[in-house]
Write a protein that binds this ligand. Sequence first.
Ligand code: HEM
Length: 262
Amino acid sequence: MAATKLTRSQQIQQTILYPIDWLEERSGIVGGIKYFLFRKVPGDTNWFQTLGAATLTAFIVQALTGTILAMYYKPDPNGAYSSIQHITNDLFAGWLVRGMHRWGASVFIILMFMHMGRVFLFGAYKYPRELNWIIGVLLLTMGLGEGFTGYLLPWDQTSYWATVVGININGTAPFLGPFLAQFLQGGTYINADTLSRFYAIHMLLIPGAIFALIGLHLYLVVRLGVTSPPWSKEAAGKGPITNGKVTTGRRGLSRFGTRGRR
Ligand code: HEM
């Protein structure tokens, strides 16, 4: 009995492991994911350092709910508003998906600001992480751009006039302002082309750029290591931390792990 059981469990194990081994042998991706998940971080890593992952989660929720909405939304002036009404009132859980996307947009922006505040207060923008801060600033700009372009899509009075104000503000920027305003409008005033332009920017251009920048951002987080909190005794070189569960000291970190803070 026991022998049969063992063989079965071995068989099951093999069935599960075979595709994983297959993938690893041909791409090394499993090793890469393991390295990412089990890499060493400072022992006194703080809850505030989960804000980046929370921001990432909010972005993924936006991408998923946005994809569902895009299956039903019609980006033309005659159909946009009624397609939104249809999503909200007629489709199964449409109100939920739309609500998650609408409120999730604010959550995403708020989390981004909180994460940026954490990075600033921990001094994590200093050498050698300046480039990651710059990438973060680009991500913030793109996130705000998503909010701006998404606001027009319901094509109701509020979204129309808010966009008029937004475009006029952009138009007052020195030198580039008028060109930017004309580019955003797709003409000299808001028209049907403005809607499809905003839609393309909102669901293709900016999300694509955000995906690429997040990839770069996380690559640098892994490469440079995570910064210790400002109050870290360990980072200040005043002896090891006392928490027994800590598995690593500074020496276990990447070459740059200790340099973000003095
Ligand atoms: C889509 C938006 C963003 C995502 C998904 C994201 C994600 C992350 C994650 C997961 C981490 C590692 C964990 C952590 O420190 O919380 C991180 C670290 C970092 N982020 Fe972001 N981030 C975003 C926006 C920003 C912004 C707006 C800034 C600043 C302007 C920024 C600057 C940094 C820096 C400098 C680090 C390294 C921190 C350290 O080593 O302690 N990020 N980010």
